[in-house]
Design a protein around this ligand. Structure first.
Ligand code: PMV
Length: 323
């Protein structure tokens, strides 16, 4: 009744920001992401017969909002296994939690992988992805490795691996500018953007083009085209965020300094582009070989506290099972 799983966060190159339905946590758009193999979440789940309720520790601490989302996910697994046992869950990240490094994606991918194994369930991959999605819209993308395409279907989403880590061994340099958890969760931020940003509808209606063009660029391994599309899509999402009321201004001065430096490096011939999620950290996606110089350049900028490097990683997997 116990299993441990590991999963990595992912970074979207073509992003999702907004829901089409709150029920089932369905995204308004598809997305295309890359799994960050250098950052790891490890989650242990133990179901205890006779236990009422779940105990959820994230980096050693209890948080009511996280616990409620974890319990909702575990309820779906319990229903699949026809059991009612409460669980104790312990999850640790080897990187800053809740600060725009997609810890919710790796967290829920590891949770459902460990939870299903602990219950002896071998669910079809699409069902496991649906359960992970109820916890975090980006979590299904961390169940698979490499570059992953998430597309909308009538009442669900499907994920497909479009390149393995070996197919396109990109490297990501992560510039950490602030490490505190963000003030507004992505879930709350998306709801506010949909209600108040004058650009939200255009974000959704122009998204399909970005996604199909980026998918073609990945299939052609066309880095310059992917670079232009990913930066455009990222800045479009941040334009929606910044024009939300009250504004979601996730950037720090160091965030902007990184964006300028990455553009200058690319103009100087280095194969690198940026992307930024709901936080102040910058991810610089590089062709193999460019990462050391990008890391050196970003670490010199004022306000950059830490620079991490990550290869493209594998999907979530069970690392230990049994009592
Ligand atoms: O999965 P969530 O609910 O934490 O939302 C993720 C949203 C972004 O990271 C900003 C974009 C994305 O597609 O990952």
């Amino acid at each position: 009744m116990r299993a441990v799983a590991v999963a990595h966060p992912n970074v979207a190159l073509i992003k999702y920001w907004g829901k089409r339905a709150r029920a089932g946590n369905l995204p308004a758009t598809g997305s295309l992401s890359l799994v960050l193999g250098g950052l790891t979440t490890t989650t242990s789940v133990r179901f205890e017969p006779g236990r009422r309720g779940d105990l959820v520790l994230l980096d050693g601490r209890e948080d009511p909002e996280t616990s409620a989302r974890v319990t909702a996910c575990l309820d779906l697994l319990r229903r699949e296994a026809s059991v009612t046992h409460g669980a104790s869950v312990e999850s640790r990240n080897d990187f800053p939690t809740g600060a725009g490094l997609a810890s919710s994606a790796s967290g829920f991918a590891a949770l459902v992988t460990a939870g299903a194994a602990a219950l002896g369930l071998s669910l079809p991959a699409p069902r496991l992805a649906e359960i992970a999605r109820t916890g975090s819209g980006s979590a299904p993308r961390s169940l698979q490795g490499g570059l992953v395409l998430l597309t909308n279907r009538e009442s669900t989403t499907v994920c497909e691996q479009v390149a393995t880590p070996a197919d396109w061994p990109l490297e990501v340099v992560i510039a950490v500018t602030t490490t505190g958890p963000k003030a507004i969760s992505s879930r709350e931020g998306m709801a506010r953007s949909a209600q108040t940003s004058p650009y939200y509808d255009q974000w959704v209606s122009t998204h399909g083009h970005d996604l199909s063009a980026a998918l073609a660029a990945v299939r052609d391994r066309d880095f310059p085209v992917l670079a232009e599309l990913a930066e455009h899509n990222c800045l479009k999402m941040h334009a929606v965020m910044q024009t939300t009321r009250p504004p979601l201004l996730y950037w720090q001065p160091a965030t902007l300094a990184c964006l300028h430096r990455i553009r200058a490096l690319r103009d100087a011939g280095l194969p690198v582009f940026f992307t930024v999620d709901a936080g102040p950290q910058v991810k610089a996606v590089c062709l193999p070989g460019a990462a050391p110089e990008v890391a050196r350049e970003l670490s010199r900028l004022e306000g950059v506290r830490q620079v991490l490097q990550s290869p493209v990683g594998e999907g979530a997997r069970v690392s230990a099972a049994g009592d």
